[in-house]
Ligand binder design. Structure first.
Ligand SMILES: Cc1cc2nc3c(=O)[nH]c(=O)nc-3n(C[C@H](O)[C@H](O)[C@H](O)COP(=O)(O)OP(=O)(O)OC[C@H]3O[C@@H](n4cnc5c(N)ncnc54)[C@H](O)[C@@H]3O)c2cc1C
Ligand SMILES: *[C@@H]1O[C@H](CO)[C@@H](O)[C@H](O)[C@H]1NC(C)=O
Ligand SMILES: *[C@@H]1O[C@H](CO)[C@@H](O)[C@H](O)[C@H]1NC(C)=O
Ligand SMILES: *[C@@H]1O[C@H](CO)[C@@H](O)[C@H](O)[C@H]1NC(C)=O
Length: 585
């Protein structure tokens, strides 16, 4: 997204050299992401946020203590002592990547249990192709260790900075309609979870849930409300190779194509640039293990990026927003996406350079990336683009999945909006457009309900909550079309508050989930007002106040929910008349 917009600031001759500089940054010093937990010097109060440094409602959360267990036994004694004290508890991870306030314990006196040092590989059974890991192990580590013995997970999220406990917590996934599907939780065969209990059990109990135990369907995607997962066992596959080619097409028949494409290519996904009327099909299939090639995927937006470039890009973006310069945004978007396309998004044929498609390589080198995590401390030369400690990207993310039976209509609605406002979606193209991935129905109670296509939108967020975005109305309308007109399911780990309005009614087994929750944690120590709201147990997912619709805290119902002083009023949608969006009048 990033770098390339430098063009905006520079004269033509400079462009190439700056881009080269940015690309070569891969090798230099990078700053590790900020720790999401910060404690006062005496450790009497701690604040927790997410890796972006900001929850949807811009508050931070507090805890009176943070503990870092290194073994399951320590975990048991921590849960036991917290339960005895009736303390609220939440589990935090190394980077805390989820956008919603899942990590916040209720009130200010709660306890945070971090899985940062619960990060060991417990066992690999090569014969049975099983790996058992502690819940704080990152996806990166899991991929690395499994591949050493010739095993892989077939489908994973594209960013490997996630922990296994965290990605299960929100149902994270990659892309496929094949096999057991794209969600990591559908490869779980056993979970060990430490939960509160009565004094007979010593106030804490370790549940061992295997596939025979129906409670596993609750624990696979739990939003962290059942207790602390200590260990996870996943079913792996023998190593295989993949062949990847990106194919650019116009998007006129995108709605017709998506379902067929998903069935045709095992790892396929689509990146859609709607304002450019272009779709990039990732043609991605399994190939025989003896096919030649040692390709590597090091996705460019997940590489270390020079802080100076990030700052320039952000300044440019702020400027385009404040001057309503839609053409400027469209130019940056085009340059960004063109550069990503020509550089194959970070694919290389041999780990060093890209010489052409197809890129063939081993699964462990292609499935996921995140080189911006590798870094030395205390040098702010480069960082992950969204690092909150520097001036860099700051965005909202709206992500929902729409049943394959309705997805064509959704795509066509978005195309109608583009017809009406051709520049309206340049802003998301600056963040590499709409990422579309295939997800499958799951037995997990809070997992996906049907085979579906997941849409991922990333877009500018102002540092000023009262400041509307350019074409505010178009994105708000798409969000409401996806989630309400077509009943889309929001990703539990992304999104703004309004996406979760009434969400629980979309899950047919929620009653089963809630029964397990009551059995595992009858006092609700691992629950908070926010998780209760997500689960439909309390009202108030949305927050009504001035400007609330601009931040996605509400759907506007009156003008003050937008910002009349800047000319934004609450109006109906252009394509979906039931939508209520902040429109510049
Ligand atoms: C750059 C980037 C790329 C991403 N790419 C993808 C993608 O490709 N696909 C996708 O689906 N998502 C993706 N995500 C979203 C991400 O998958 C989710 O936000 C994920 O849940 C974050 O994992 P985490 O380890 O940071 O967990 P957190 O966000 O810290 O935790 C998530 C939830 O799980 C709970 N939890 C964590 N560990 C435990 C435990 N041991 N026991 C009980 N509860 C626990 C937490 O309390 C919290 O409720 C991406 C996010 C980022 C920042
Ligand atoms: C605060 O907690 C951290 C992490 O557990 C620990 O390293 C540090 O020593 C503690 N500081 C004090 C003053 O107790
Ligand atoms: C899009 O591509 C198809 C062929 O794939 C072609 O028939 C059609 O005319 C193109 N549409 C536009 C607007 O270029
Ligand atoms: C791969 O192996 C198969 C069967 O062992 C063989 O038929 C094929 O020719 C081999 N292909 C390459 C590229 O070596």
């Amino acid at each position: 997204m990033l770098f390339l917009c430098l063009k905006e600031m520079s004269k033509k001759a400079l462009i190439t050299s700056i881009c080269v500089l940015v690309f070569s940054s891969v090798v230099v010093v990078s700053t590790p992401p900020e720790d999401p937990i910060k404690c006062s010097s005496q450790n009497t109060t701690c604040t927790i946020t997410n890796s972006y440094g900001m929850f949807p409602d811009r508050t931070t959360c507090q805890a009176s203590q943070v503990l870092y267990p290194t073994t399951e036994q320590e975990l048991v004694s921590i849960v036991s002592s917290a339960t005895r004290k009736n303390s609220k508890i939440k589990v935090a991870t190394h980077y805390s990547h989820s956008i919603p306030k899942l990590v916040c314990p209720e009130g200010q006196k709660g306890l945070l249990i971090s899985t940062k040092y619960l990060n060991k590989i417990v066992k690999i059974d090569v014969e049975e192709k099983l790996i058992t890991v502690e819940s704080g192990v990152t996806l990166k580590e899991l991929i690395k260790e499994a591949s050493k013995v010739g095993l892989v997970l077939p489908y994973t999220p594209y960013w490997f900075g996630l922990t296994i406990g965290g990605l299960l917590g929100t149902g994270a996934h990659g892309s496929t309609l094949w096999g057991k599907g794209s969600a990591v939780h559908d490869y779980v065969v056993e979970i060990k979870i430490v939960r509160p209990s009565n004094f007979v059990d010593g106030y804490a109990k370790v549940e061992i849930l295997d596939e025979q135990n129906e409670d596993l369907n609750a624990a696979k995607v739990s939003l962290g409300v059942l207790g602390v997962i200590s260990q996870i066992t996943l079913k792996l596959e023998p190593m295989f190779k993949r062949s990847i080619s990106y194919l650019a097409k116009n998007d006129s028949d995108l709605g017709e194509k998506v379902v067929i494409f998903g069935h045709e290519h095992e790892f396929g996904d689509i990146t859609w640039y709607p304002s450019q009327r272009k779709a990039i099909y990732r043609v991605d299939d399994r190939v025989p293990i003896n096919s030649s090639g040692n390709g590597l995927y090091d996705f460019i937006p997940f590489r270390p990026t020079p802080s100076i470039a990030l700052s320039i890009i952000r300044t440019t973006e702020d400027l385009h927003e404040s001057t309503s310069d839609a053409d400027g945004k469209c130019r940056v978007a085009k340059l960004t996406t063109d550069t990503l396309i020509t550089s194959a998004y970070g694919l290389t044929n041999n780990g060093i350079i890209f010489t052409g498609y197809p890129v063939i390589g081993f699964q462990n080198r292609l499935q996921s990336s995140g080189s911006c995590l590798d870094s030395l401390k205390d040098a702010k030369i480069t960082a992950c683009a969204w690092d909150s400690s520097i001036k860099g990207e700051f965005f909202h993310q709206t992500t929902f999945r729409i049943s394959l039976s309705k997805v064509k209509n959704f795509i066509e609605d978005v195309q109608k909006l583009v017809e009406l406002e051709p520049k309206g979606l340049c802003g998301i193209e600056q963040y590499n457009g709409i990422l579309m991935r295939y997800v499958t129905s799951s037995s997990a109670y809070l997992g996906n309900q049907e085979d579906a296509l997941d849409f991922d939108f990333t877009y500018y967020r102002s540092k000023d909550p009262m400041s509307p975005r350019l074409y505010e109305d178009i994105l708000e309308e798409i969000e409401q079309i996806g989630i309400f007109k077509y009943g889309g399911l929001p990703h539990w780990g992304k999104n703004r508050n309004l996406a979760f309005e009434g969400v629980i009614k979309k899950y047919k087994n929620v009653d089963k989930f809630l029964k397990v929750k009551d059995r595992y944690d009858s006092q609700g120590l691992f629950s908070s007002t926010w998780t209760d709201q997500m689960l439909g147990l309390k009202e108030g997912v949305t927050i009504l106040k001035n400007g609330c619709a601009l931040e996605g805290l509400c759907i506007c119902s009156q003008d003050s929910h937008c910002n009349p002083s800047k000319g934004y009023f609450c109006r109906q949608g252009k394509v979906y008349k039931e939508a209520r969006v902040c429109t510049h009048v």
